[in-house]
Design a protein around this ligand. Sequence first.
Ligand SMILES: NC(=O)c1ccc[n+]([C@@H]2O[C@H](COP(=O)([O-])OP(=O)(O)OC[C@H]3O[C@@H](n4cnc5c(N)ncnc54)[C@H](O)[C@@H]3O)[C@@H](O)[C@H]2O)c1
Length: 362
Amino acid sequence: MALKIGIVGMRGIGNTHAAAHSKDSLANIVAVCDVVKSRADEGAAKYGVKAYYDLTEMLRNEELDIVDVTTGGIENGSWHFEPAMEAMDAGKHVLVEKPLSNDINEARQMVAKATKKKLYLGCNLNHYFTPPADRARKYIADGEIGEFVYCLHKMGFSGGEPENYQAPKSPKTKGWQYWHLKAFLSHPFSVMRNFCGDITHVQAFVDRPGYRRRVDDAMLSIAGISVRFANGAVGYLLSQRGDAPFGLGGWWSVEVAGTRGTFCIENCVEKITYWSSKAPDKPVVEKSGLTDFGETFPMRLHAFLEDVTNGVHPELLRASGRDALAALEYTWAVIESYEQGGAMVRPHPLPPLHGDPATWID
Ligand SMILES: NC(=O)c1ccc[n+]([C@@H]2O[C@H](COP(=O)([O-])OP(=O)(O)OC[C@H]3O[C@@H](n4cnc5c(N)ncnc54)[C@H](O)[C@@H]3O)[C@@H](O)[C@H]2O)c1
């Protein structure tokens, strides 16, 4: 039977989620909620469901299986914690947009709450729910990558210096120097971790170009990040928020290399190339037929619905809250490294995967 879903936050991304759920046989949107009445009303009319302007009311009146949190807030993440915690306190599974929160302590509490309440907490880490990523995981599982050697990831926004550039005025971003890092790095870090495993060391160089400095745009937009994985491989992540046009691979490319082969995914959804160490001059190219990044939303949301429907063990939930927390811990290590002038930082450890005796309740 389809899962009953209430969506909180009915602006851009909330509507993207609603459109995906409305076409998914595992989903049944029963209510939408936004503190801005017109946004809730519009969404409710479009999907033929009830509008709420307050989550507490929605939880009181509706029988929901899942609360889908698509709010934004300062640094695009400050309004995730409260609705997600309230929904879990009401016994609902939660899917939350990335980043889990713009506050690492809140993110840790969200993951702990899901564990304590034995609920699914998923995060919309949509970038690795694609046909090329599926193919990449098969190369890895089949031993065709071998021992990991390196991971190179370039992800951000292609652009260049705009004429008459003005600093952003939105309260969501104005004056928040880390907002690009906090709002965005969850994506590339989660992709790197999905393929290569946990990151144990981080060293970052972070800055902003002159045209941003001149107008007191506080946002640090350029990040060059060196990492070491637990398996001994090394990695590099380059992210920038539209300060320069990207070169080869476009806005999104990841290359993962191993002793038996290397793959490179371009444009997230579009294409994967594989080079075998046995025939490095004969790359195998597979195109998905997709070019639109927007396709990642229905694919990722469907995976969450499948996992909840199947009642998978929480450790097996794809793109879980813990996975999203890992990406945030790496982001906080980037910030710490920057604040220490490029020092090497060990990310804060994650909560135990196989249950935490400190919070376990039988
Ligand atoms: N996964 C992706 O690829 C991707 C892409 C873009 C944005 N995002 C994320 O999606 C989220 C939403 O982005 P957006 O651009 O739609 O944000 P937005 O700020 O434009 O819209 C959020 C909506 O939530 C409502 N809201 C906030 N707090 C609420 C509450 N407590 N109860 C009810 N309604 C509330 C606001 O009124 C607003 O209408 C952000 O966290 C952003 O980081 C994800």
